[in-house]
Write a protein that binds this ligand. Structure first.
Ligand code: BG6
Length: 484
């Protein structure tokens, strides 16, 4: 495994802890080797100290004994590399050969690009030119997001990497697909005869997907100013969750059968013209506000953000999937920074009873809801109506709850994804046609906003977003479920 960007933030926060988690779970081959590479010049011992620090700081599993640590870290080495210099890859190739001989890894090579996106294409092509992709074993490329900036740049990048790797060898990461409860969606849907008959426009009133975050832009303004919430969250994570919730059952539980069904959802997702965008999509930017009784700055006051920035930190949208199953069912999505809580959840709201015979004290009966909690709480709640104990006809909502991560820690998304990539299972990675369709959906929205700066709304940090996001649902007499 060659890890490009080994001294970077992602490697420290996610990748080393994930590797250690897999090692502890005995999911790595006894003779695996990891070569970390980065721009900095660093001795092997400084590198191993950095890996240890990252596991101790960010890992969910702790190092038990010195012996365990020595064993684990003996699989690692480091090489300093200027990735834009083709000559430098010779030293990497030599090190790979040495490690392969030492460990007898049969020439299986996994290249992980945890580096700046503008380097993805050049690195893939240098891997080929330097001979690193010539191997008797398998070769794979794991590539982080963002995959392009729009359709044109994504196509260009794809062409570049496909000169060195075949589509089956490319593992495009969307870490949401590694989340336990995102993977659980298909099980909940297709392993329960209770839900599947109701999973359509006859019985479902609307679907809501919220990914709210309390953090602001932090130190990522340089990236975020050009990305905004649309490219950062909607183009990938939000659309992936829509696909998982709305796909048809696959004919078999096989990678391509599942991905084929997912991609059909994107094909049926209604694309909005630039003129339609304001009617269906709201974007917002946070202003100064208060989070847990602390004053926080507005987006424009954050370090490295332009004082007149028009970048959105919030998006809410009303979407439709124009197929038999979902015709007429609004799919509301909402994501933003500096919202009151960190949570990702999916709410399926079922239709009302055809005729009301029971009522609660306010004269209305709440709808049945299925709440799928993605993170940080993982689980599911089914909200039903039942008689309040001791009354004759006061009907109240009751909740049947399942918690997936109470009393046990579930594996981090990156652990699952790393493991799958090593196994060669690309089910929970994004295929090229998914990426390209996602950009085809997103690009006109971006253009509409770039041409109409006045469409940017504002919200106070610590709130659920601009009022315009509420209005989006009111047209259909719906409201956001702010479940906690
Ligand atoms: C990343 C985005 O892909 O996902 C971040 O770049 C965002 O801006 C993050 O904070 C959210 O992921 P999670 O797993 O914390 O919900």
């Amino acid at each position: 495994m060659v890890l490009f960007g080994a001294t970077g933030d992602l490697a420290k926060r996610k990748l080393f802890p994930a590797l250690f988690g897999l090692y502890k779970a005995k999911k790595l081959h006894a003779d695996f080797r990891v070569i970390g590479s980065g721009r900095s010049v660093m001795s092997d011992s400084d590198f191993t100290a950095m890996v240890r620090h990252s596991i101790e700081t960010f890992g969910r599993i702790s190092i038990d004994t010195e012996e365990e640590w020595t064993q684990f870290i003996s699989h690692f080495s480091y090489i300093s590399l200027d990735v834009m210099n083709l000559q430098a890859y010779n030293a990497l190739l030599a090190l790979v050969h040495t490690k392969e001989k030492e460990a007898g890894t049969a020439g299986n090579r996994l290249f992980y690009l945890a580096i700046a996106p503008n380097l993805f294409g050049p690195v893939a092509s240098y891997l080929k030119q330097s001979g690193l992709t010539d191997t008797n074993g398998w070769k794979r490329l794991v590539i982080e997001k963002p995959f392009g900036h729009d359709l044109a740049s994504a196509e260009e990048l794809n062409q570049q990497i496909q000169q060195a790797f075949d589509e089956e060898e490319i593992f495009r990461i969307d870490h949401y697909l590694g989340k336990e409860m995102v993977q659980n969606i298909e099980v909940i849907r297709f392993a329960n005869s209770l839900f599947e008959p109701l999973w359509n426009n006859t019985h479902i009133s609307n679907i809501q997907i919220t990914a709210s975050e309390t953090v602001g832009v932090e130190e990522r303004a340089v990236y975020y100013e050009n990305a905004g919430a649309l490219r950062d969250m909607v183009q990938n994570h939000m659309l992936q969750m829509i696909m998982m919730v709305c796909m048809e059952p696959p004919s078999r539980l096989k990678t391509e059968a599942i991905r084929d069904e997912k991609v059909k959802v994107l094909r049926s997702l209604r694309r909005y013209s630039e003129d339609e965008v304001p009617k269906y999509i709201v974007r917002g930017q946070y202003r100064e506000g208060s989070m847990q009784n602390h004053k926080v700055a507005g987006y424009r006051e954050e370090p490295n953000v332009k004082p007149d920035s028009l970048t959105e930190t919030f998006v809410a949208a009303k979407l439709f999937i124009d197929n038999f199953r979902w015709a007429g069912v609004p799919i509301y999505i909402r994501t933003g920074k500096r919202m009151p809580r960190k949570s990702t959840e999916i709410v399926i709201q079922f239709k009302e009873m055809p005729q009301g015979i029971f009522f609660n004290k306010n004269g209305v009966l709440g709808p049945n809801l299925l709440i799928i909690r993605i993170n940080p709480m993982e689980g599911m709640d089914l909200v039903l109506n039942a008689k309040k104990p001791g009354t004759d006809d006061d009907v109240v909502p009751i909740s049947m709850s399942f918690c997936n991560n109470c009393g046990q820690e579930t594996p981090e998304a990156y652990e699952r994804l790393f493991y799958d990539a090593i196994q060669g299972d690309s089910t929970f990675f994004t295929r090229w046609d998914e990426v390209s369709l996602a950009w085809k959906f997103v690009d006109p929205i971006r253009r509409a906003w770039d041409n109409h700066p006045e469409t940017l709304c504002y919200y106070e940090a610590g709130s659920f977003g601009p009022v315009e996001s509420e209005k989006l649902l009111q047209q259909e007499q719906h409201n956001w479920w702010n479940v906690s």
